[in-house]
Ligand binder design. Structure first.
Ligand SMILES: [Cu+2]
Length: 157
């Protein structure tokens, strides 16, 4: 009986060691991705209540494998999409962004006039000073979530 217990404990210990070496299968959904650091996350409300809000943040990536951000969700919004500005017919226009590739050491800013996330149908509960959770999904299905501070249309972006 004692021996059986000892064997089980040893087994548990060795699988713990394996997990810390990163050899366990990665769960399908994780809350966070190794090496991804998000800072300065904010949601800027539209000037008219109910209009889409823009989400900005900075991404620093120090992981080993290349990642591709391919989708974004914003808690409470009707839907969300990645947008970017491009020149089209002599004018800067907003359009759907291509997936965003990240290699180790890359820094990418989602910022006014560039890449951003558009949160459609923002809920009435979104008020300046509050927060909402933003989730990015990378190719393969891993996710990283972070809170973003809600700001009024006229506030600093
Ligand atoms: Cu947009």
């Amino acid at each position: 009986m004692k021996n059986t217990f000892f064997a089980a404990a040893t087994l548990a210990l060795s699988s713990l060691a394996l997990a810390s070496c990163g050899e366990e299968p990665v769960p399908e959904t994780t809350d966070g991705i190794d090496g991804v650091e998000i800072t300065n996350a904010r949601i800027v409300l539209g000037p008219v209540a109910g209009n889409p809000a823009a989400v900005y943040f900075d991404v620093a990536y120090g992981g080993d494998r290349a990642l591709t951000i391919r989708a974004a969700d914003v808690e409470g919004a009707g839907s969300a999409a990645m947008h970017q500005y491009s020149e089209w017919d002599g004018q800067m226009q907003m359009m759907e962004a291509l997936p965003v590739a990240l290699a180790s050491g890359d820094d990418v800013s989602f910022e006014p006039g560039g890449l951003h996330i558009m949160a459609m149908d923002p809920p009435a509960e979104w008020q300046p000073g509050g927060t909402a959770e933003v989730t990015l999904t990378v190719a393969g299905g891993d996710k990283v979530s972070f809170p973003a501070e809600i700001r009024a249309a006229g506030e600093e972006r």
